[in-house]
Design a protein. Sequence first.
Length: 210
Amino acid sequence: MSSQLLASSVGQPIAEQRVVLEGVSWQQYEVLLATLGDDFPNLRLSYLAGTLEIMTTSPEHEELKKTIAMLIEAYFLEAGIRFHAIGSATFRKVARQRGLEPDECYCLGQKQEFPDIAIEVILTSGAIDKLEIYSGLGVREVWFWEKGQFSIYCLRSSHYEQMTHSELLPELDIALLATHVRPADQFSAVMEFRDILRQRVGSDRTSQSD
């Protein structure tokens, strides 16, 4: 593994860095996971059938993912949708030779073995197709945040189809959500989003009572 990559992961890396290793066995992947553990919280390991990509996340990446998480969780709470947040936990399946850590992820309802929704922040392109990993894990929706907008992919048997909305959260206005992903102004952005949600819920209730 690159010493520069590990060194940057101890502090705050200026930008994302990636190292791709080929011919990595499942056992070697698990040893790396166990060795690195919580000592390097800004590392992401993505494994797909012998190929391992190791990435360090930048401060910008972390701020984006936390802002998105706060907004989504505000929606869950205002809409009364029961959820279980798991963050960037490692998910892997030896039978499918796949493993990774989402930036954020959620189970709808109760906690499950694998999340229903995974969030990925894309600032730089990677060498591994993460949708290939997620399909093997059976994650129902993957949301990519890239260049100021969301791309939503819904699982269809063994592949994903890009959609304009979430099938799991059909009432969520994805365009509205995107306009509030403002890491430099997190508090105000989340409060504004929450207020809009409350206004819409109140409007809907008024319409139903008429």
